[in-house]
Design a protein around this ligand. Structure first.
Ligand code: FMN
Length: 439
């Protein structure tokens, strides 16, 4: 198969591929649209550049942030992004992915408060802004050590090494998860976050339930049942009058075929009817910001994080990464047009390297998304936002090269960051991992 790579030296080179693949990607040389503040509920995001949630697999044993975690968020804060979406954080021991995943609870909440304080202070001192901070709350589901399954699907079970005869999570466990997420929101408010994200993406448990068409009981089958958990959590947080904004990072589609997937028909094609209905209902429930993503890296990583170099875990992308970027941008556009009053945060920009700001500005200017987020780019180049805002460009020598090494580290729950651009910290765990994989 032909190897597709980022090989653009000039805008004209990139434009040739945009034309070749008949893509529609807006381009804007003037970056002013990215520098404008925007309100989210009672809060303000000081500019349109976001850092997406990126797990660093570096918590302390009790789930509190380590020195390395704090370093990461201080670097993000110094980088000037208006919105920092903190990585997936567990709300229960059962739902903690690994023993190095952050975990917010009564004992660790004070350490999160200190992390928030340091993050805000770093942003203020370096850039004079108060960034909008979101905490992503999660249950790792099938991808955690406990392998808790919402619904069995052959391919996902095989890849996650799940026993197909293992009983699925009970309705009582899901009802408890609702309460754990509500408690997580209360703790996030105490820690000083602006918002919590009821994570519903990438086939972690809450997302898996959205696609549980063949599940029986309260949380499976009908659309109402499958969306019950997420709506119940929102309603409970509101009923308890917890003074925190609620957001959701949600899959636009899973690429898991009906009857196991979300936003996907029986042939595996995108079907946005239900995702659009849900974002509309979330808007009606008072959700002011939604982060749009897709699929799961454990199945088809090119769909959620277009890359040049695949991981060594054996998956080769069947398409040019630019098609993946274009698809993610258009999925966010479809959602933004469905809920024009909600702030949609778009995903899929890191692969564009130094050309990302111009497409991001075009997207925001065209109203396809109100905020544009970067994941791997933030690991490689945490102050990309400051350069976009102050210099009107990104430094070519500092960009993420989508080599997938951070994905490899994360997949094996090793200290995770940019092996190329932050090599002093992340080459040692990467070399150790490579050595182990060769044995
Ligand atoms: C190492 C790594 C860790 C990630 N951790 C999270 C996470 O905690 N929560 C989440 O929703 N997405 C997570 N993602 C997905 C990213 O937020 C983002 O959607 C993805 O990398 C695509 O954006 P990009 O092209 O800008 O990198 C992770 C991705 C990587 C590579």
């Amino acid at each position: 198969m032909e190897k597709f790579k980022f090989n653009y030296r000039t805008v004209t080179d990139l434009e040739k591929d945009i034309a070749k693949y008949k893509l529609e990607l807006p381009w804007q040389q003037d970056l002013q649209s990215l520098k404008e503040p925007i309100s989210v509920g009672a809060g303000v995001v000081p500019n349109r550049l976001a850092i997406h949630p990126m797990e660093g697999c570096d918590s302390q044993i009790d789930g509190s942030p380590s020195e390395l975690t704090t370093r990461r968020y201080i670097r993000f804060a110094q980088g000037g992004s208006g919105l920092i979406w903190f990585e997936a954080v567990a709300v229960s021991e059962e739902g903690r992915g690994k023993s190095n995943q952050l975990y917010i609870n009564d004992h660790t909440v004070e350490s999160f408060r200190i992390l928030v304080e340091k993050t805000r202070q770093a942003a203020l001192e370096t850039n004079g802004i108060d960034p909008y901070l979101v905490l992503q709350l999660t249950h790792a589901g099938r991808y955690g050590d406990n392998k808790i399954i919402g619904v069995h699907e052959e391919e996902l079970d095989r890849r996650a090494k799940v026993d197909p005869s293992k009983p699925v999570v009970t309705d009582a466990q899901l009802a408890k998860l609702e309460d754990d997420l509500v408690k997580g929101a209360k703790l996030a408010q105490q820690a000083g976050f602006n918002a919590v994200d009821i994570k519903s993406c990438h086939r972690y448990l809450t997302n898996e339930i959205l696609g549980a068409h063949d599940r029986t009981g309260l949380y499976g089958g009908s659309y109402e049942n499958r969306t019950r958990l997420i709506k119940n959590v929102i309603q409970k947080i509101k009923a308890e009058k917890i003074a925190i904004e609620i957001t959701v990072r949600i899959n636009s589609y899973d690429a898991v075929k009906y009857p196991y997937g979300w936003g996907t028909d029986k042939d595996g094609n995108i079907d946005l009817a239900e995702p659009k209905k849900l974002v509309q209902e979330l808007g009606d429930l008072g959700i002011n910001m939604i982060n749009i993503t897709a699929s799961t890296p454990y199945l088809a990583p090119h769909l959620s994080r277009p890359y040049d170099q695949p991981t060594k875990l054996g998956y080769i992308a069947p398409e040019h990464p630019l098609l993946g970027v274009d698809r993610l941008i258009h999925l966010a556009k479809a959602m933004q047009q469905t809920v024009p009053d909600v702030v949609i945060v778009g995903t899929g920009y890191s692969w564009l390297r130094q050309f990302a700001p111009y497409i991001a500005a075009g997207v925001v200017n065209a109203g396809w998304a109100k905020i544009v987020g970067f994941g791997r780019q933030a690991f490689a180049y945490p102050d990309f936002a400051r350069d976009i805002i102050k210099e009107n460009k990104m430094a070519t020598k500092r960009v993420c090269v989508s080599c997938s090494k951070c994905s490899e580290l994360k997949a094996k729950a090793r200290l995770t960051g940019c092996v190329v651009r932050d090599n002093q910290v992340y080459i040692p765990p990467y070399l150790e991992l490579m050595k182990e994989m060769q044995q």
